[in-house]
Design a protein around this ligand. Structure first.
Ligand code: ZN
Length: 326
């Protein structure tokens, strides 16, 4: 898909919308896009809509320079596995798992290590090292977009899955309704779909405004509201089995980075400084490092306060939605 001319809602295709006016109206200039709130379904979206060709951030290939960071990233992956194990409605003996939008494959490899029969689908290729690792784990990697053609191929092999995961992926689809519909077609009768998306309308989103770390206007088509996502789920013949309104992985980082964004008036310096293959015009690594060293410890205190209050109020920056067939 090239740059979209249409500014209609990616979820319900209505063109009736109004511009988002968060509490903090400061403009963050890294992106020229605005956020429109759909008056029909209550979700929001980037205007103009992004394109798949935009440089850079589709792949969650973070470079962790220290063993502390590596352990932290690993603990987040372990948390995802625990979430699945605790909350699957009826886990069978041997579970098949489909990870949609698998990025660098870190979660898919972790799930395979835990004994799941894993299929991962992702338009990016695995790196050489990760390919070798995936082969050693007997993990099936489908190099493709998650579209009708890919789903038809899986169905032709009679493949269905006990667990289908979309970790911060649904917001990247130009047509999220269709993606959920395709996922449902691949779900086994007692299976669960786990969807985790940034939560538009959360305290963190309102606080951050256009500096909210998970807004990512140039790569996210849709910003899901609770109401809008629930409507989409119901429309596709699914129902909510459980909601988990607590995320160590996303809440802590989200508050920390959002607080830094507001202080630096630039977007996601910490995140970008940890990404591989970022075009140099997006970030000056030395300036970013200097800013982070000076300011990170100051951001720790307000960020920690916000994390605690958002957990107490059950107002997280994202919810883990555990879905099953209606
Ligand atoms: Zn809509």
């Amino acid at each position: 898909m090239s740059v979209a001319e249409s500014t209609s809602c990616p979820v319900c295709h209505s063109s009736k919308s109004h511009q988002w006016k968060p509490h903090d109206q400061e403009v963050f200039t890294a992106s020229k896009r605005s956020i429109q709130i759909c008056e029909s379904c209550g979700n929001a979206y980037s205007a103009p809509l992004p394109s798949y060709d935009e440089p850079g951030l589709s792949k969650d290939d973070l470079s962790s320079s220290s063993s502390f960071e590596q352990r932290l990233l690993d603990s987040f992956l372990e948390d995802r596995i625990k979430t699945i194990k605790r909350n699957r409605a009826k886990p069978p003996e041997s579970e098949s798992l489909l990870d949609i939008g698998a990025g660098s494959g870190a979660f898919a490899r972790k799930a395979a290590q835990h004994g799941y029969e894993v299929t991962a689908i992702e338009p990016e290729l695995l790196t050489k090292n990760n390919t070798a690792h995936a082969e050693s784990l007997n993990l099936s990697w489908i190099h493709s977009y998650f579209d009708e053609e890919a789903v038809a191929k899986l169905q032709s092999k009679n493949q269905s899955f006990d667990c289908i995961t979309l970790w911060h992926v649904l917001e990247h689809f130009p047509d999220p309704s269709s993606a959920i519909e395709q996922a449902r077609r691949l779900l086994s009768p007692n299976g669960n779909i786990i969807v985790c998306v940034p939560r538009f309308g959360s305290k963190q989103a309102e606080f951050g405004g256009y500096g909210w770390t998970y807004l990512d206007r140039d790569h996210h088509f849709t910003q899901f509201s609770d109401k809008g996502l629930k409507q989409l789920i119901a429309n596709k013949g699914l129902k909510i089995d459980k909601e988990i309104s607590y995320s160590k992985e996303y809440d802590i980082f989200g508050w920390f980075q959002t607080w830094l964004n507001k202080k630096s008036r630039s977007e996601n310096l910490l995140y970008l400084s940890k990404k591989k293959n970022i075009p140099t015009e997006q970030i000056d690594p030395r300036a970013a490092k200097t800013f982070l060293i000076r300011n990170s410890w100051i951001a720790l205190f307000p960020a920690a306060w916000h994390v605690i209050t958002s957990w107490v109020r059950r107002d997280p920056c994202c919810i883990y939605w555990i879905l099953k067939k209606a």
